[in-house]
Design a protein around this ligand. Structure first.
Ligand SMILES: CC(C)(COP(=O)(O)OP(=O)(O)OC[C@H]1O[C@@H](n2cnc3c(N)ncnc32)[C@H](O)[C@@H]1OP(=O)(O)O)[C@@H](O)C(=O)NCCC(=O)NCCS
Length: 413
């Protein structure tokens, strides 16, 4: 008998955390304490268990978020986390069942897309997800370069309680300007600012600086902690950067300038996903003082509503293309399956279902990968089924979807 998939009840949350800890054993901690600490911020309707009789053998959780598209539209997305199957029950199709259940719930809610961070690359493509944003780690040897930007506005040091009042709204303004970024929950801010502890994980202890524009309005922030090093009585500290965001590029660069000038510091290393290419590099007096490593995929997207998604984003060039999107889930048609006509005029898209002859057939996973403009459709389709019905259609769709400034998501979940 396959397990029953359903939301957990209040009294089952401890067992749910215990089940999660069997697969994510590195985070296994006191499930009772986890349930008590996390319950206030958890929507039980979106906290799903795979039940074998009364035992939970699989976990799956989502939360509502906004995904910023190229051009700044923010669509309703469902962020997936806590995906696990008991090691004793793996490879029996339980994840497949959990995903099928989630797709049904997401479509019912009207979510435009689902997003997740894949623990392992090979898991999610088969379910229609594709890698849509990319990330890297930046290491700046601060004594080897100056930032060739003039200070703009001012920088103020604030304590975590004050940061909790300002950062959620400020971050939201930054995220609204950044394609690929998602909204952050208030509970997450409590945790990120060390105001709430998650059992089994060390509490954050660090510093926050706020950037204000020339008019004195907050327009950026950085959150960081440190690693102390002394070499022969000389300070060689590492500043570990947890977050750095600006509503404007000027604010962002000014925050980098401020941090790079911190006394005692030899190195800044980013602890959260940064863009693989940053404007920072181009304002350093010595760009070789920065090393970019660990280039990798980050946010995976799975489109549910193709017309809503493609119709909400903007494009760098005009054009028209008819896409035949294949979407197969467990032997049935997924929600993205169908034929769509995308018309782009003056950079704005309109997209609707059509009966017109297709220019290109592609799988939903390839379209999802290219949907934010950071993965080339030409790359996403290299090892995936696709068919051109008009010569040059793949190159045309590729050029249409690509954006000059790649999307970026900095938010772990
Ligand atoms: C990843 C995990 C949830 C998969 O659960 P599962 O119930 O074993 O998956 P299923 O049996 O439903 O597998 C569905 C398909 O995905 C494949 N698959 C599942 N996990 C895979 C993995 N880690 N790597 C490669 N393929 C995987 C299966 O082989 C199967 O392939 P098929 O379509 O050819 O039949 C489970 O292995 C797990 O808990 N891993 C540890 C925690 C983790 O990584 N969670 C993901 C967080 S993002």
């Amino acid at each position: 008998m396959p397990p029953t998939i359903r939301p957990v009840r209040d009294e089952e949350l401890t067992s749910w955390f215990a089940a999660f800890g069997t697969a994510f054993y590195i985070w296994a901690s006191d499930p009772e304490a986890s349930a008590a600490a996390r319950r206030p911020s958890m929507d039980l309707e979106r906290t799903i268990g795979a039940f074998e009789d009364d035992a939970i053998v699989g976990t799956f959780r989502t939360f509502a978020t906004k995904l910023t598209l190229p051009g700044g539209a923010r669509v309703d997305a469902s962020a997936v986390s806590a995906v696990s199957v008991r090691p004793t029950h793996r490879r029996r199709g339980i994840l497949r069942q959990l995903i099928a259940d989630d797709v049904r719930r997401s479509v019912q809610r009207g979510d435009v897309a689902s997003v997740l961070i894949a623990a392992e690359w090979p898991i999610y493509g088969r379910f229609g997800y594709g890698p849509a944003t990319w990330q890297a780690t930046w290491t700046l040897r601060t004594r080897e370069a100056a930032l060739m930007v003039e200070p703009v506005g001012s920088v103020e040091i604030i304590d975590p309680k004050r940061a909790r009042e300002i950062l959620p709204e400020l971050y939201d303004r930054c995220a609204a300007n950044q394609p690929g970024e998602i909204g952050r929950t208030l509970a997450r801010w409590d945790n990120e600012l060390g105001l709430m502890e998650i059992p089994g994980r060390p509490a954050w202890r660090g510093a926050v600086v706020l950037h204000r524009n020339a008019a004195g309005e907050p327009d950026g922030f950085a959150r960081f902690h440190g690693d102390e090093h002394w070499v022969d009585m000389s300070p060689d500290h590492v500043l570990l950067l947890d977050d750095l965001h600006g509503v404007t590029l000027e604010a962002e660069l000014d925050l980098w300038r401020h941090l790079a000038q911190m006394d005692l510091t030899a190195t800044i290393r980013t602890e959260h996903p940064r863009r693989p290419m940053e404007p920072l590099k181009w304002v350093l007096s010595n760009p070789r003082a920065v090393q970019v490593s660990g280039h990798s995929d980050f946010l995976w997207v799975r489109i549910f509503d193709v017309a809503a998604f493609l119709g909400a984003r903007t494009y760098a060039q005009d054009g028209t293309i008819v896409l035949d999107v294949t979407d197969e889930l467990g032997g049935t048609k997924g929600p993205a399956a169908g034929r769509y006509r995308l018309d782009v005029r003056d950079g704005a898209g309109t997209c609707e279902r059509t009966e017109a002859a297709p220019d290109l057939t592609i799988d939903v996973r390839s379209l999802s990968a290219a949907s934010l403009g950071g993965t080339r459709l030409a790359d996403a389709t290299r090892s995936q089924p696709h068919q051109e019905h008009r010569t040059g259609a793949l190159a045309a769709a590729d050029a249409l979807l690509l954006t000059a400034d790649p999307p970026w998501c900095s938010t772990w979940f």
